[in-house]
Design a protein. Structure first.
Length: 90
């Protein structure tokens, strides 16, 4: 998966992660990336249908840069939000 690619040298500028993913959920993946200090300069954004407050709280504890709920956002809005989050990081 993504962690294997990153360990093999892939360095994304932006990492979009869903919470519901096969194998490891997205929050666990981000947790592992943070613990291992992988891609420290990447903007990390959760892009998910999981809008429950406990999921959002878990994401905040992992210092994600943004949290977008897919069900209430059309693709052009997702792109605009990702660009806004990235601009805020630079």
């Amino acid at each position: 998966g993504a962690i294997k690619l990153i360990k093999e040298g892939y360095e994304p500028d932006v990492l979009l992660a869903d919470i519901v993913m096969p194998g490891m959920d997205g929050l666990d993946m981000v947790s592992n990336i943070r613990k291992e200090r992988l891609v420290p300069n990447a903007v990390v954004i959760m892009l998910t249908n999981q809008g429950a407050s406990d999921d959002i709280a878990r994401a905040k504890k992992l210092n994600v840069d943004g949290y977008i709920v897919k069900a209430t956002t059309i693709p052009s809005e997702v792109l605009a939000e990702v660009e806004k989050i990235c601009a805020g990081k630079s």
